[in-house]
Design a binder for this molecule. Structure first.
Ligand code: PGA
Length: 253
């Protein structure tokens, strides 16, 4: 089964619209007509429109970092799935651990957002991952298993092919402490198993599972060598053209 690797840059709250456009212009130049990896950038909301315009005709896809579940209405500060779609996004990151930690998101709200995103033709990148405390207590599999089940609850089997799951152990995010390739692989296989059991083995086979948490040019190759790691969700290292381009063009081992 060939799963096209997918490398996504999660810029978080970095770069103005002008800086974002400048960045993707340089990234596009650097990557040329690179096709072996799917490349995605997720700038802040206010940069989406100008970046979308600049990316037209290129192979780089656009993602939003979040969206609400309602289509429109009195929800001050929120952005809806149709709006995200309309501005040119193909993907939307949902349930990042920072949203869970600072903005009260739960598996239940993630599930609502995933359904809304899918209903509007977006491909959700659904984030899961345990804390250091949970890992040390030996709760990683129970916790991540529950996250996957609750975030995907009530979805149709066909939805599996449209989404990406990002396994991001919280203790590895922005800490420089990457999970070892073996640690990541172990959880990725587990997640694929949960999806196979809950939906179908065929669905699980095509599902792309990204690893996230201090992915850098110097550790991406060994991570990508694992059979169940299908890409990376990159924070810090996606903010510099050269390092993100090197991650996109990881070396196959
Ligand atoms: P990091 O962030 O690469 O800076 O660790 C990853 C993420 O939060 O998606």
């Amino acid at each position: 089964m060939m799963r096209t690797p997918i490398m996504a840059g999660n810029w978080k709250m970095h770069k103005t619209a002008r800086e974002a456009v400048e960045f993707v212009t340089r990234l596009q130049k650097e990557l040329g007509d690179w096709e072996e990896t799917e490349v995605v950038v997720a700038p802040p909301f206010v940069a989406l429109a100008p970046v979308a315009e600049r990316l037209q005709g290129t192979k780089i896809a656009l993602a939003a970092q979040d969206c609400f579940w309602e289509e429109q209405g009195a929800y001050t500060g929120e952005v809806s799935p149709p709006m995200v779609r309309d501005v040119g996004c193909r993907y939307v990151i949902i349930g990042h651990s920072e949203r869970r930690a600072y903005f009260g998101e739960t598996n239940e709200t993630v599930n609502k957002k995933v359904k809304a995103a899918l209903a509007h033709g977006l491909h959700p990148i659904i984030c899961v991952g345990e804390s250091l405390e949970q890992r040390e207590r030996g709760d990683t599999f129970t916790f991540v298993g529950r996250q996957v089940k609750e975030c995907l609850q009530g979805l149709e089997e066909a939805a599996i092919q449209k989404m990406v799951i990002a396994y991001e152990p919280i203790w590895a995010i922005g800490t420089g402490k990457t999970a070892t390739p073996e640690q990541a692989q172990e959880v990725h296989t587990f997640i694929r198993g949960v999806v196979a059991e809950t939906f179908s083995p065929q669905g699980a086979e095509v599902l792309r599972i990204q690893y996230g948490g201090s992915v850098k040019p110097d550790n991406v190759d060994e991570l990508m060598a694992q059979p169940d790691i299908d890409g990376a969700l990159v924070g810090g290292a996606s903010l510099v053209v050269e390092s993100f381009a090197r991650i996109v063009r990881f070396e196959r081992r």
